[in-house]
Design a protein around this ligand. Structure first.
Ligand code: NAD
Ligand code: UDP
Length: 344
């Protein structure tokens, strides 16, 4: 049984599909603060399998212990947390509470229940402004906002937990820019309020919910002067988690295989795309133009960021397969069939 915190969210729901399709049993633990139970109804519709859903908050240790015991969990994938960079600057305590305290409570509950395997959602934001490209896992860590620092703190906590007990199995996955949706068009990203991220914003312009996109900055030192990121299809990302689980399961502690016991791995494609590249790919996918205007740089944004994905291939045998075209096509299928997200 795999226990998925935050499993009703954007990435979590896609993971649940891949886990169920691969034959795992799944329990989702989510407080639905940024998601809808409908996402999990659709996960079951896609896979034709049931999952267990427990409404609860990761900061509640007793609720976690009860849920872990009830579900007879073998391993945890921890997605639950808050993720809006801008909001983390205005509400840092909330971010440290949900993200750091939530993870501490989860690790305590896992200890009580003798569960020793965890995959954690970290982020490329822990690297801060890149000092070299592509970004390898040993790139210096220098997050520039409370959200990024909360991820960095959790990573340090996990590394300390591992040092205290090397028989624990931990995989820290640093995501680059997850986008796209399941190709059924039934699940996808459903941001509350005005989307902060590029692809959900473009999707809402494409479907007519918003008038035009602001391109935050056209004076970056990049080929077309707009920001460059490593966009990765959410289904590729989900498969990376399955690979991580499989590798953790096969670690041979008898051989004291310490290099594998606490792995930190980039999940990206290794390819950078500019804002204009994404707009053009989306225009192709939806069949009409996306109105946009140039606007000043967004505070805190970096010019270029893309992963070195070689370690993921070496250690997990995982490589992203899906193109930017597929990301836009699947995002559009989801957005056009569900113009208001999970709200009917
Ligand atoms: P999301 O907001 O869609 O999903 C997070 C889920 O966690 C939601 O269902 C929410 O209701 C739940 N949640 C939040 N706080 C909780 C708490 N205290 N207790 C229980 N449930 C709680 O976000 P997502 O995009 O699916 O991201 C999942 C994880 O991946 C997050 O940890 C995020 O920081 C990380 N991540 C996301 C991105 C991205 O671009 N989406 C990039 C890098 C890392
Ligand atoms: N971006 C933009 N307009 C938007 C949202 C994002 O021009 O409405 C740009 C942003 O400046 C960056 C890229 O798109 O260059 C990706 O931004 P996103 O917020 O999706 O990811 P992050 O900056 O966190 O990597």
């Amino acid at each position: 049984m795999i226990f998925v915190t935050g499993g009703a969210g954007y990435i979590g729901s896609h993971i649940c599909v891949e886990l169920l399709n691969a034959g795992y049993d799944v329990t989702v633990f989510d407080n639905f603060s940024n998601s809808s139970p409908e996402a999990l109804v659709r996960v079951q519709q896609i896979t034709g399998r049931n999952l267990q859903v427990i409404r609860g908050d990761c900061r509640d240790r007793d609720a976690l212990i009860t849920a872990l015991q009830q579900s007879q969990t073998n391993a945890v994938i921890h997605f639950a947390g808050l993720k809006a960079v801008g909001e983390s600057v205005s509400k840092p305590l909330n971010y440290y509470d949900h993200n750091v305290v939530g993870t501490l409570r989860l690790l305590e509950a896992m200890q009580v229940c003798h569960i020793r395997t965890i995959v954690f959602s970290s982020s490329a934001t822990v690297y801060g402004d890149p000092v070299h490209l592509p970004i390898t896992e040993d790139h210096p860590l220098s997050p520039t906002n409370p959200y990024g620092r909360s991820k960095w703190m959790i990573e340090e906590i996990l590394r300390d937990v591992y040092r205290s007990d090397p028989s624990i199995r931990i995989c820290i996955l640093r995501y680059f820019n997850p986008v796209g949706a399941h190709d059924s068009g039934l699940i996808g990203e459903d941001p509350q309020g005005i989307p902060n991220n590029l692809v959900p914003f473009i999707a809402q312009v494409a479907v007519g919910r918003r008038e035009r996109l602001n391109i935050w900055g056209n004076d970056y030192p990049t080929p077309d002067r707009t920001g460059v990121r490593d966009y990765i299809h959410v289904v590729d990302l989900a498969i990376g988690h399955l690979q991580a689980l499989a590798v953790l399961k096969n670690i041979d502690h008898e051989r004291n295989d310490q290099s594998f016991g606490c792995m930190t791995v980039n999940l990206g494609t290794g390819q950078g795309h500019s804002v204009l590249d994404v707009i053009h790919a989306y225009e192709k996918a939806c069949g009409h133009s996306i109105p946009y205007q140039m606007a000043p740089r967004r505070s805190g944004d970096i010019a270029v960021c893309y992963a070195d994905p070689q370690f993921a291939y070496k250690i997990l045998g995982w490589k992203a397969q899906l193109s930017l075209e597929a990301m836009c096509r699947d995002s559009w299928r989801w957005q056009s069939r569900n113009p208001n997200g999970y709200q009917k």
